[in-house]
Design a protein around this ligand. Structure first.
Ligand code: CTP
Ligand code: MG
Length: 228
């Protein structure tokens, strides 16, 4: 078994200002971010967990983790998700054959089975991302018009995205010389690795692995958890 680490991106963008960020909001009795911590721990006991937080809310994360006997390393994130993941990666120990999973804490409902599928795919292929079929019809923007595209050619991508640690570290190192506009196009970790010419494999994601974006998503996640 490869040595594993998990970077849980629980930092928050600029809108975190006033109320508590979504990662700390209550979902079915515990804060959103703790759901994925618990699922990763059940999916793989012997792993390094790095929780990347917005420094303004660091104390609240620590308070919620009190009594948790698993060693979780808390790291301050940055202004963007890329900066937060880069900060998390600096805390991952160097290991040529190790694997690192990057997961959005805003996706609390991933299953333990899915995590296992991801580790397996990454152990085989070095870069593995979960994807699901798109069920809506898709159209490509064209000024004020739009054109239908073949949705069978597209997939919606989720997290955890899992990579060989040395590859992801190299990918993030290369970002240091990029301009803001180039960085803005990199919306996930797979894009960081892909620009190095590394092929990215997909494994089966889950429709229930939704990303909490607005209040409606929190209500949907609550309903899903109540039905389990
Ligand atoms: N994230 C992070 N550091 C940032 C921004 C985002 O670690 N500076 C993490 C979030 O915690 C989340 C994931 O990246 O798990 C995806 O980000 P997103 O859903 O866009 O979250 P936010 O930026 O916090 O929220 P929003 O864009 O809705 O304000
Ligand atoms: Mg954001």
């Amino acid at each position: 078994m490869n040595k594993t680490a998990i970077i849980l991106a629980a930092g928050s963008g600029s809108r975190a200002g006033g109320s508590v960020p979504k990662q700390l909001q209550n979902l079915h009795g515990i804060p959103v971010f703790l759901h994925s911590v618990n699922r990763f721990i059940s999916g793989c006991q012997d792993t390094q967990i790095i929780l990347v937080v917005n420094p303004s809310y660091r104390d609240m994360f620590i308070k919620h983790l009190a009594g948790n006997d698993t060693c979780i390393h808390i790291v301050n994130g940055g202004k963007s998700r890329l900066e937060s993941v880069a900060a998390g990666l600096r805390a991952v120990s160097d290991n040529e054959t190790g694997l690192v999973a990057v997961h959005d804490a805003a996706r609390p409902l991933l299953s333990v089975d899915m995590i296992r599928r991801g580790w397996k795919c990454a152990a085989e292929h070095a870069a593995a991302v979960p994807a699901i079929q798109v069920t809506d019809s898709l159209r490509k923007r064209d000024g004020t018009l739009s054109h239908a595209v073949d949705r069978a050619l597209y997939m919606a991508v989720q997290t955890p995205q899992i990579f060989r640690t040395d590859i992801l570290k190299k990918g993030y190192k290369e970002l240091e010389s990029l301009a803001e506009t180039e960085l803005a196009a990199l919306t996930d970790d797979a894009s960081v690795v892909e620009r190095m010419g590394i092929p990215v494999h997909t494994y089966e994601g889950e429709a229930t692995n939704l990303k909490i974006t607005g209040p409606a998503d929190l209500a949907i996640a609550h309903t899903i958890l109540s039905a389990l």
